[in-house]
Design a protein around this ligand. Structure first.
Ligand SMILES: C[S@@+](CC[C@H](N)C(=O)[O-])C[C@H]1O[C@@H](n2cnc3c(N)ncnc32)[C@H](O)[C@@H]1O
Length: 381
């Protein structure tokens, strides 16, 4: 089978998490750069990667990479790629682009040149001068970085954070991919209690439950490449079947979410039910100051309200201090928070054991990590 080059894109700061996911799926020749993890694999990896990546944003096929210092270079470079291998005669072609530190900086001009070059190539293959573009969609992404053009085909369509379980969201919901990454970056293991005391629409709890039950995140949605006739539908069917068979239906991790807002608790319950994890992710309305820890050696992971540009409100400062009071008081608990507050540790009352810079929708945030004592061997059984 032909080896293809894939690119899994990620939020800045999460590349190592996506790399670990790719390695766990058995993908080889992993190369990491800003916001990207590339790997080589056959066509059968395409459904598998889309269905199973929890933290990547999209799965792209890398069709070509070349230096483009002029529009001519771009046109010829794109025209030389084997588009007929992917795009059908009736395919709908959409090109998006970006340009960073490159001579070709007009993204709209690059987009129309790329589309022209693809059409020129397809005219020769399909021996026609007119394409009515009524068939499957092919989203081409062109990224120019320091004069090197990466031309990719988007196999996912909607971003992979769209799992299909979030019908409704709270006011500032965390992206599902980022929530899954926070859980993966923590020391939580499925035999420990997990608690999000400011859970909003419950994304962290739902993602943790899906990880614990080994539910592939893409099982309830469709992907762009499913419409492509070049990919035998059996590959998708087999990948789905395998993912369903791997679900640990009877495993019930202990996962709790609470929030001061009754409305978001109802949303969290609806999301958990749609994701198939309402048997283990439990939600209740409770202000943070009333939270008690259900047992020892638990892990709290949260995304509390952030401050505005001018700083934190008194209310949020109190919330952060209360977090330190509750979770800092039990030495067996670990506590993790993602916030843009630069003096979170001061309010929490302890220096973090680790801090990781992560971009949350373009905003620089830190993932503060306070580790609790490790349970003695056999303690959690
Ligand atoms: C940024 S949102 C969390 C979003 C959540 N991660 C999600 O995916 O939907 C912060 C949440 O903190 C909650 N909150 C604010 N003050 C609180 C308090 N004193 N006690 C409990 N929850 C509080 C808000 O109601 C809001 O839902």
């Amino acid at each position: 089978m032909q080896t293809l080059r894939y690119m899994a894109t990620s939020a800045f700061g999460l590349e190592s998490v996506v790399k670990r996911e790719a390695a766990n799926m058995g993908f080889k020749d992993l190369k990491v750069s800003d916001g990207r993890v590339c790997f080589d694999a056959g066509l059968e990896a395409l459904p598998k990667a889309n269905l199973r990546f929890r933290c990547a944003e999209r799965v792209l096929l890398v069709l070509g990479e070349f230096t483009a210092l002029s529009f001519d270079d771009l046109f010829e470079g794109v025209k030389a790629l084997p588009w007929e291998q992917w795009i059908t005669k009736d395919g709908r072609i959409a090109v998006t682009g970006s340009s960073v530190q490159s001579r070709l900086y007009s993204v709209s001009d690059c987009q129309s040149i790329i589309k022209k070059a693809i059409v020129e190539r397809l005219k020769l293959t399909y021996k026609t001068r007119w394409f009515d573009e009524t068939g499957p969609e092919y989203k081409i992404r062109a990224a120019l970085l320091r004069d090197v053009a990466s031309i990719t085909l988007d196999t996912s369509g909607a971003g992979l954070h769209k799992r299909g379980y979030r019908a409704v969201a709270g006011d500032a919901p965390l992206k599902e991919t980022l929530a899954a990454a926070l859980v993966s970056l923590s020391y939580w293991r499925k035999d420990r209690v997990l608690l999000d005391p400011v859970c909003g629409s419950g994304t962290i709890c739902v993602e943790a439950a899906m990880i614990a039950k080994n539910i592939a995140p893409g099982l309830s949605r469709k992907f762009s490449a499913e419409e492509w006739p070049q990919i035998d539908s059996k590959l998708w069917k087999d990948a789905r079947k395998e993912a369903y068979a791997a679900i640990d239906v009877n495993f019930r991790p202990e996962i709790y979410g609470s929030d001061i807002d009754e409305r978001v608790i109802e949303i969290a319950k609806a999301n958990a039910s749609k994701a198939g994890v309402d048997d283990c992710a439990r939600f209740e309305r409770k202000p943070l100051e009333d939270v008690t820890l259900p047992k020892d050696y638990g892990v709290a992971i949260c995304n509390p309200p952030y401050g505005e540009r001018l700083g934190l409100s008194e209310e949020i400062e109190k919330l952060y201090k209360d977090m330190g009071g509750i979770f800092g008081a039990n030495k067996t608990w670990s506590f993790y928070a993602l916030t843009n507050c630069e003096y979170f540790e001061k309010l929490y009352g302890r220096r973090a054991d680790a801090k990781r810079k992560i971009y949350n929708g373009g905003m620089k945030t830190d993932f503060y990590q306070f580790y609790g004592e490790r349970p003695a061997r056999g303690h959690l059984t």
